[in-house]
Design a protein around this ligand. Structure first.
Ligand SMILES: [Zn+2]
Length: 309
């Protein structure tokens, strides 16, 4: 293990989370900043570089060896370009080079969900399994596909389970129809309940509370979300045969209220397929930063391979 700290940055739709971590993965310093996406893509890039500068100036980063930077959207880890993000409205930003120029350090660049999946697989709920599907269900839905211990990249396009057509026909922000995300994301569950009941609700957790109190509309919206998730996961199971499905994001906070019905609905759709075990993510919203730190460590190891003895 190489000594020295690494700087990790996880860029989200509303918040940029940063940390300085030592060689054991312990956070020595943590900070967060608003992403400021309403000020446009250039301002977001400025905010990212300013955050890196601030972390690098922290005393804990005096021996920093590398940076791990993860962002949402379509990410090309080979070229270091943030290719596209619906949320942050950017296109073809050479973020890895910008970050390297700003810090003077080697930069490992990755996708937020895939990197979160890497962290859950190495040090979280997926630990011990080689074939894992990590599915954070929050504002949107994406997946990190870990096959035989490696995160599938496909030039940045792999894992978009949220935009799989599950047949409900409703419009999605991506321009498509029938997407899983439009009916089963935490945001969609809350939005659909409000539209149908005419009552405001505090996120998907509010829908769960209403359902448990006997609200029929809440139960219907929840059932539709669970059935849509089961359809999409059945496709994923047939194609990828994960041993374990790690559920994360806001919707997964429902715990057994989600996992029980989802496992039953998935079972109805499977025949000979390998049954995945459902587990809840354990790293929470730290998975992106922890994963970014792992990417930075991996980069250092690849640049300084251990000498044979
Ligand atoms: Zn879509």
């Amino acid at each position: 293990m190489l000594a020295g700290s690494v700087i990790a940055l996880d860029v989200g739709g509303t918040t940029i989370k940063g940390a300085v971590l030592d060689s054991t993965g312990t956070a020595l310093a943590e900070a967060s900043w608003p992403t400021g996406r309403d000020r446009g893509p250039d301002a977001v890039v400025d905010a990212i570089l300013a955050a890196l500068g601030e972390l690098q100036g922290h005393p804990a980063a005096h021996d920093a060896q590398a940076v791990g930077l993860v962002v949402p959207g379509v990410v090309d880890t080979r070229t270091g370009y943030a290719v596209w993000s619906e949320n942050l409205c950017w296109r073809d930003v050479p973020l890895r080079d910008l970050a390297a120029r700003r810090t003077g350090l080697p930069v490992a660049f990755g996708h937020d969900v895939r990197t979160g999946g890497l962290a859950e697989t190495r040090v979280g709920a997926g630990r011990g399994a080689a074939n894992v599907l990590f599915v954070p269900i929050g504002t949107g839905i994406a997946a990190a596909i870990v096959m035989d211990g490696r995160v599938l990249e496909a030039d940045g396009y792999a894992g978009e389970i949220g935009h799989l057509d599950v047949g409900h026909g409703e419009a999605c922000a991506c321009g498509g129809r029938g997407c899983l995300e439009a009916i089963a994301s935490a945001a969609a569950v809350a939005r659909r309940y409000e539209a149908r009941s005419g009552e405001a609700v505090h996120g998907s957790a509010g829908v769960v509370t209403a359902m448990l109190a006997g609200d029929a509309i809440a139960a219907e919206v929840w059932r539709e979300a669970v059935e849509a998730l089961a359809s999409a996961l059945a496709a994923a199971v047939a194609l990828l045969a994960p041993e374990r499905i790690v559920l994360g994001g806001g919707l997964s906070l429902a715990g057994d209220v989600l996992v029980g019905p989802l496992a039953a609905e998935l079972e109805r759709r499977l025949t000979f397929h390998r049954r995945p075990e459902f587990v809840l993510a354990t790293l929470g919203d730290r998975s992106g930063c922890l994963g970014a730190a792992l990417l930075a460590r991996d980069l250092l190891v690849s640049q300084n391979p251990p000498r044979a003895v």
